[in-house]
Design a protein around this ligand. Sequence first.
Ligand code: NAD
Length: 476
Amino acid sequence: MTHPTFILNGEARDTGTLGTLPLMDPATETEIAQIPKAGRAEAIEAARLAAEGFAEWSAVSPFERGKILRAAAAIMREQADAAAADMTREQGKPLAQARGEWMISADTLDWCAEEGRRTYGRLVPSRTENMTWAVHQRPVGPVAAFTPWNFPAFTVMQKLAPALAAGCSVVLKPAEETPMTAWRICRALLDAGLPPKAIGLIWGDPAEISDTLIKAPEIRKISLTGSIRVGRLLASAAGHELKKVTMELGGHAPVIVARDADLSQLVPLAAEWKFRNAGQVCVSPTRFLVEAPLYDDFVSGMAEAAGKITVGNGADPKTAMGPLTTPAQMTKVQELYDDAVSKGARVAAGGARIGNQGWFFAPTVLADMTADMRAMNEEPFGPLALVAKVEDIDAALAEANRMPVGLASYAFTGDSLTRHRIVSGIKAGMLGVNHFALAMPETPFGGVLDSGMGSEGGMEGIGAYLTPFLVTARES
Ligand code: NAD
């Protein structure tokens, strides 16, 4: 593949003031390319350009903005095969998953292009006869966006699409591990006619770039998808500068399996969604809390399903699960696994690195998990299915709500009363009942507690890039 470059003022820039970084293929541990590394100087330049880009882009009508965004979505769809191949190479996920992610990202752009035309204000009845009170919706200003490597297209698009549709300009700093996918998205937008200064793309030293962008007077909104650790850092810095934030952070999703659940339906779904993207998913089903009567059958079913998953290079069409994306993830997963086993977890499937080239870890099922184990308290972000036995739904809810995070949650039951108890008792931003699909362009996506602030997707997604502007006028 051609290697990605920074994009500043619509132009490719292949040198960085901090030198270069290696871009790695996690399936082979080989270097794909040396890519430029940016720092403070590029961030200052990007913020200045974004201010000029904001003046230009916010003056374009939502109708015309929508046309450009839809044209970019069409370009993305034409490039789906090449983009999926690049994403698989830098991130590791199987080609079909990469292609699916790319296509839903194009759908997100379409949705936001249309939603931009519906950013209605309102007329408020005034207290006196000769006054009108009108609330307009205005774009918040230039945005600094920071994204992770696990969904290198979707997490980028969840920010770019609503921000651009609202009329904001954006400086994007994707994860250093996956800049190629971000570069392709920015190129599609520019090729579709986005004004060159409306989007800037840099990466390099994350702390130096984020510090500079957050302090830059031109930047008015900070949006991060990433870990709780980095969320605290960026939200604190943004708070000091009195800048708006959206924080999409980590989770530790519980799956409540009620005694009436249909295991023949649940087990294949659970294995598919647990090991999707090697478990590196913020809404990955993580803690399976299974009522006692189904516990043994669930563990053996999951173990059998995990054992059948084909692990390999994502570029091979037969592969169902690719490698972990970074060596740090491999170390983390191994540590959590070792800790759980040392405290009494039962290994029902997997449990070891596969081979010695590429960061492959076997699809793993750990049974008899207890709350004192690290994996039950830290987001594994890897292919570990953690299974614990619960005596009843109250115990399941207590365990589900035990942690200070609340992003996704799931429940499997056909009983309407059980479902009602879970819907009203669970502390989370999202709940999937009898399935695992949560991220759609049309619906809000976000967490409560330490899982973040604000939502992306749906009408809430674009609302995060708008601010009300009140005009009160005396008519005579
Ligand atoms: P991360 O927090 O390490 O990185 C996210 C972004 O922050 C990247 O761009 C990274 O370069 C940057 N960053 C890293 N260290 C920084 C620092 N010291 N200062 C400033 N910026 C810094 O997260 P990750 O490992 O790339 O992604 C995994 C995490 O993201 C998981 O916790 C996962 O749950 C979360 N996530 C959340 C969502 C969601 O929508 N809620 C979606 C995907 C991933």
